[in-house]
Design a protein around this ligand. Structure first.
Ligand code: HEM
Length: 130
C-alpha cells in the first residue's frame, strides 16, 4: 500500500510531535537556568532522532528534496549548540528559532499535503480525496 506508515515513519513522527511540544515549552520558560539546559539537551536528542530517522525514510526508494531540510536542520542544530556552549546568546537564539520555525513547524505543515502519507490519511478520512 503506497500510503502505509512504516515503523521508521512512526519513530520520526513521534519524535517530531514531542519536539514541537518540548520546543514550545523551552521557548516559553526562563532561559539560562539549569532546567533550560536539561530540557534543551532533551530537545536536541529528539531533533537528532527526527533528523536521523528521516534518512531512513525514502519514499519511492530514493532521497528527496526534503532531505536537504534534514541536512540544513542538522547544521543548524550543531551551530545552535555550539553557540550555547560559547555563550553567544543572540546567535544561539536565532539558530534555535530558525530550526524550530523553519525546520520543525514548516516541515510539519508540509506533512499535511495530500501527496504525503499523513496528509493522504487526513484528507482521505475527511472524504476530500474520493
Ligand atoms: C512536526 C513535524 C514533522 C512531522 C509531523 C513529520 C512527519 C513525517 C512523515 C509522516 C513522513 C513519512 C511520510 C511522508 O513522507 O509523507 C516524513 C518524512 C520525512 N520527513 Fe518528516 N515530519 C516532521 C518534521 C520533519 C523535520 C524537522 C525534518 C527534517 C529536519 C523532516 C524530514 C523528513 C524527510 C526527509 C522525510 C522523507 C520524505 C521523502 O522521502 O520524500 N521531517 N515526515
Amino acid at each position: 500500500m503506497p500510503h502505509a506508515l512504516t515503523p521508521w515513519m512512526i519513530v520520526h513522527l513521534a519524535a517530531a510531535v514531542a519536539a514541537i511540544v518540548l520546543g514550545a515549552t523551552v521557548f516559553l520558560r526562563r532561559k539560562g537556568s539549569r532546567s533550560h539546559r536539561r530540557l534543551g539537551r532533551a530537545w536536541a536528542v529528539l531533533m537528532l532522532i527526527v533528523i536521523g530517522s528521516s534518512f531512513l525514510i525514502r519514499t519511492g526508494g530514493h532521497y528527496s528534496w526534503l532531505h536537504l531540510l534534514s541536512v540544513g536542520s542538522l547544521a543548524a542544530l550543531v551551530l545552535a549548540v555550539y553557540h550555547a556552549r560559547k555563550h553567544n546568546l543572540r546567535a544561539h537564539r536565532s539558530a534555535m528559532l530558525g530550526l524550530y520555525v523553519g525546520g520543525l513547524v514548516i516541515a510539519g505543515i508540509f506533512t499535511l499535503l495530500p501527496s504525503r502519507v499523513l496528509g493522504w490519511h487526513l484528507w482521505n478520512a475527511l472524504g476530500w480525496l474520493s
